[in-house]
Ligand binder design. Structure first.
Ligand code: ADP
Ligand code: MG
Length: 700
């Protein structure tokens, strides 16, 4: 099978490839490489060529550089403080030191004097120039000569398991060299032929060869562009397919008009709607009137007034005799929505019910019964809403608040409660355009791009521990004037015991030592529902002056009288989180102050706090956050299923993404079910390679 010039099929299992035995194929399978095709899609992580290598003599402190040279010596250096491993590397221009404090044994095992290596890192100065824990790659002994020509050497990603079977960067290079240079195979083109031509995209076989062993930087760049486009195109194709599906779902109910509720509520609102709010309500109403179901995302920065938009739309559904539901991510938020919506909905006599986890059985059964009979018109709740026992009479509008806090499955469960209800998803996390084109690429998007005019402004300060006394003095002064404050402790994960203890200890300290003459409340996620509710209510009513809390208040909590927000260990919070927290103050007519206490200062953490300090624009903040954390983490681990991009970078490849999106949507418009015979390879590839993501987007 693996003789040198025989034609080999692209889906041949890796075991049939020369140089891959059972041990290697097992290790390869662990990283998802099963066929020849998978191996060919194991792309280099970077490339070495003359232009990217710095001669040792030219290295300067602070420079990010790659050197190529031979290992001259390897020595363990014993010091009283911290023993380390030192490797000397030499090239034509000089010698250079690399240092390892950890994993010294491992390094000692894999390198020996005479080896040709590439080392990359930041040049540091400690009594001499050096790399500390550089990235390393072993090279072939004849690579030195290769690098003197204009050739480009690929460096491959690997894992500990793969390295054990010899598939480190060099091992992969040998294997792929054999496949690309010595074997004859043919991959099927999976991009539409017309696109390749108009967009000048390299064909698959050429691209697969050039991505591994590029002839020049220019053809390499073209190959990279091809695979980036391929990823983006398929992603958008899936979204287009899904949108197509939603748009073909017919509603089981219809609207005769907006009904009288809307007007009654609207006339009694304690404020004027902003133009943006009016526009968005029209957009939503247009969707509700349409024959096909709504699938809309409402984006609006903290404080942009999404709740009232939700209520007014719900009142249309209710005015037509249907039910509406609002699902919030936390009990605190659900309760707050419940109180607000009940108050705002009163002029129309809307019956609002609350359904959360901690309710007593009798109370719960009664509510469930009302939901089933349809007498509960607007139901507000947490994920308790999506339990099997909850049965709606006629759910026509499902609203999901702070959607990024929910998993997709939870969303779809709420939706399954209705007969294809209209879905409105709301988020306060302003999503950078490139992200929303992917994560919500199948939805229509409305944006509340205008904040209600408020008299108050919020200023932000970064302080260190030495300045805390002054902060506390300020709080005392303001509380004496009748204002209120939040003091927030980081509790990123509710199960983190240490963090919880720190928050409770902080509370005790503040209550007994700092603010003993004031009324303090404590709020954290592990408290019982009734306790939490009592504290929140006391804070809203003004009988608690200072609320000490964990991050549970991050989303949506609204108390216009609270003017001070102190964030402890601010360096531990994400940018978006800090922005949301800050949005809790300065909501009423008074000015707000947000104090970020920086306890552990590092360069990067300080940079982040400065971003928050420098802007109040939520979009800008989330764009920066995305840059700092990368798309994977942007939505937390809850958004698992998000396809990993090997090549494309949503931040860098914006233009390519736009093209891929419009082409993919056009493609699906022309062949909605991918039935045309020439589109068969594309259909097959979608089903085979994107099955996981298909599940991810299909649940809605
Ligand atoms: P978010 O978009 O963050 O969910 P909310 O809906 O909680 O914002 O609204 C924040 C505050 O602004 C609430 O107190 C709400 O009553 C108030 N509000 C909403 N719309 C307006 C408006 N058009 N004018 C003035 N205040 C408004
Ligand atoms: Mg809100």
């Amino acid at each position: 099978m693996s003789s040198e010039h025989a034609v080999i099929r692209i889906d041949t299992p890796v075991t049939y490839i020369k140089g891959v035995g059972p041990r290697r194929s097992e290790a390869l399978e662990l990283v998802g490489i099963k066929t020849l095709r998978d191996l060919l899609y194991h792309f280099p992580r970077r490339y070495l060529d003359r232009s990217t290598i710095t001669p040792i003599a030219k290295l300067r402190a602070g420079l990010d550089a790659t050197i190529v040279g031979r290992v001259l010596s390897l020595n363990s250096v014993r010091t009283r403080k911290r023993p380390y491993l030192q490797m000397l590397i030499g090239d034509d221009s000089g010698q250079f030191r690399c240092v390892w404090f950890n994993s010294a044994q491992y390094i000692q095992k894999i390198f020996k004097p005479g080896d040709l290596v590439a080392m990359s890192g930041k040049v540091e100065y400690f009594g001499g120039l050096q790399f500390i824990h550089p990235d390393y790659d072993k090279l072939e002994s004849d690579d030195a000569a290769t690098l003197n020509t204009a050739r480009i050497i690929p460096l491959y990603p690997s894992t500990a398991e793969l390295k054990k079977v010899g598939l480190d960067s060099r091992g992969f290079r040998r294997l792929l060299h054999n496949i690309v240079e010595k074997m004859t195979w043919q991959a099927e083109e999976i991009l539409p032929g017309a696109l390749l031509e108009t967009l000048k995209i390299t064909g698959i076989n050429e691209a697969l060869r050039q991505i591994h062993f590029p002839e020049s930087p220019i053809v390499l760049e073209k190959a990279v562009r091809r695979f980036k486009f391929e990823e983006l195109f398929y992603l958008q194709l899936l979204l287009a397919v899904k949108r197509q599906g939603i748009k073909s779902v017919k509603k089981r109910f219809c609207y005769s008009g907006v009904g009288s509720h809307l007007k009654q509520i609207y006339q009694k609102l304690p404020f004027q709607l902003t133009e943006a709010q009016k526009r968005v309500i029209h957009e939503i109403w247009d969707d509700m009137k349409s024959e096909t179901v709504m699938n809309r995302l409402l984006q609006g920065d903290v404080g942009s007034g999404k709740t009232v938009v939700a209520l007014l739309c719900a009142s249309i559904a209710i005015g037509n005799g249907y039910q509406a539901a609002v699902m919030a991510p936390t009990e605190i938020l659900a309760e707050q929505h419940y109180r607000n919506l009940a108050k705002l909905g009163k002029p129309a006599g809307v019956r609002v019910n609350l359904l959360i986890g901690g309710q007593r059985k009798k109370e719960r059964d009664e509510i469930l019964n009302e939901i089933k009979k349809g007498t509960a018109e607007l139901v507000v709740g947490t994920h308790a809403l999506i339990q099997e026992t909850v049965e709606f009479q006629c759910l026509a509008l499902a609203i999901i608040d702070e959607q990024h806090r929910f998993g997709v499955v939870q969303r779809s469960q709420l939706i399954s409660k209705g007969f294809n209800p209209d879905v409105l998803v709301m988020t306060a996390t302003p999503i950078p355009r490139t992200m929303s084109m992917t994560l919500y690429g199948d939805m229509d998007v409305s944006v509340l791009d205008e904040l209600p005019v408020r008299k108050g402004k919020t200023i932000s300060r970064i302080v260190n521990v030495d300045q805390l006394d002054r902060v506390y003095d300020y709080i005392r002064q303001q509380v004496q004037k009748g204002e209120q404050a939040y003091i927030v402790y980081p509790l990123i994960d509710e199960s983190a015991k240490m963090d919880l203890q720190a928050a409770i200890k902080g509370y005790e300290y503040l209550r007994t030592k700092v603010f003993s003459d004031f009324r303090l409340g404590l709020l954290h996620g592990s408290m019982k529902t009734a306790e939490k509710e009592a504290v929140m209510q006391a804070f809203s009513a003004g009988t608690v002056d200072i609320l000490v809390s964990t991050t549970v208040i991050e989303v949506g909590v609204d108390n216009p009288n609270a003017t001070i927000m102190v964030i402890e260990n601010a360096e531990r919070f994400g940018l978006t989180q800090l922005h949301q927290l800050r949005g809790r103050v300065g909501r009423g007519t008074k000015n707000g102050v947000c104090v970020m206490v920086e306890r552990k200062r590092t360069e990067t953490s300080h940079e982040r706090l400065k971003i928050i300090n420098g802007t109040t624009n939520g979009f800008e903040i989330s764009e920066r956050d995305l840059k700092l954390r990368g798309p994977g983490e942007f939505y937390g681990t809850r958004q698992h299923g998000f396809p990993k991009m090997k090549m494309a970078d949503l931040l860098v490849d914006k233009e390519l993404l736009k093209i891929a999106r419009s082409e993919a949507f056009m493609f699906i418009k022309n062949d909605p079910h991918l039935r045309k015979s020439e589109n068969r390879p594309i259909r097959d590839h979608l089903i085979k390679d994107y099955s996981e993501f298909m599940n991810f987007i299909n649940v809605l």
